[in-house]
Design a protein around this ligand. Structure first.
Ligand code: TYD
Length: 206
């Protein structure tokens, strides 16, 4: 059985990532592929429970290392329960955020540094890497404006523009370092244009 393709959508806040993830799922579905849409943190019952912990507000706050460990604990559960079984059954997996988000948010945004993230990446993922990472790139100023219109905010949505700028730069740097696996998409454009570009990129994958 051919393994499914592991496709990840990434980007800062307000880039329309979750909408695009659904559009891409619908596109692949219409082409007759078996496809699973999932997200991080979350994507399995245990990982969704950890998501509640990590996105919640706590009296003592959530320090950066705790945040990193919780997210990787959720990722381990998600891989084990959802992602690996689907890929092995030949199903394409579209994941709304994955390990690049830890490099961008915890490594760069929170300032933990890439080396700490890399240790956990090796522990939890081993050699697994996504086949394709689609980075929906948007200027933080515009992203912030979009999430203000949406409501439904979490701890990360309240971060400063400087934080979001660090997140953006980290995504762009990671994409530039491995252009064969990453695509950067201008997410300031309208939803249909972005959806068509994502579909074309995924169609071209092996
Ligand atoms: P969510 O509401 O799903 O936000 P979005 O629609 O922007 O994806 O919340 C997920 C939040 O978790 C998001 O703000 C980024 C954060 N996050 C990290 O900080 N590190 C990670 O590794 C992941 C997967 C997410």
């Amino acid at each position: 059985m051919t393994r499914g393709r592991f496709i990840v959508l990434e980007g800062g806040e307000g880039g329309g990532k979750s909408t695009q993830a659904r559009r891409l799922r619908d596109h692949l579905d219409a082409r007759g592929r078996r496809v699973l849409l999932t997200r991080e943190p979350g994507g399995s019952p245990l990982a969704e429970a950890i998501r509640e912990l990590v996105l919640g507000s706590w009296p003592e706050g959530v320090d950066a290392t705790t945040e990193l460990l919780l997210i990787f604990a959720a990722r381990a559960a998600h891989l084990h329960a959802t992602i690996m079984p689907a890929l092995e059954a030949g199903t394409d997996v579209i994941c709304d955020r994955f390990v690049d988000a830890s490099y961008a948010y915890q490594g760069a945004g929170r300032g933990l540094g890439a080396a700490r993230v890399a240790v956990l990446e090796k522990l939890v993922l081993g050699t697994l890497t996504p086949d394709c990472v689609l980075v929906l790139d948007i200027a933080p100023e515009l992203g912030v404006q979009r999430i203000a219109e949406r409501g439904d905010n979490n701890r990360f949505d309240a971060e400063s523009l400087a934080f979001m700028q660090r997140v953006r730069s980290a995504y762009l740097a990671r994409a530039a370092a491995a252009p064969e696996r990453y695509a950067v998409i201008d997410a300031a454009r309208d939803v249909d244009t972005v959806a068509a570009e994502l579909a074309a990129i995924v169609e071209a994958l092996p």
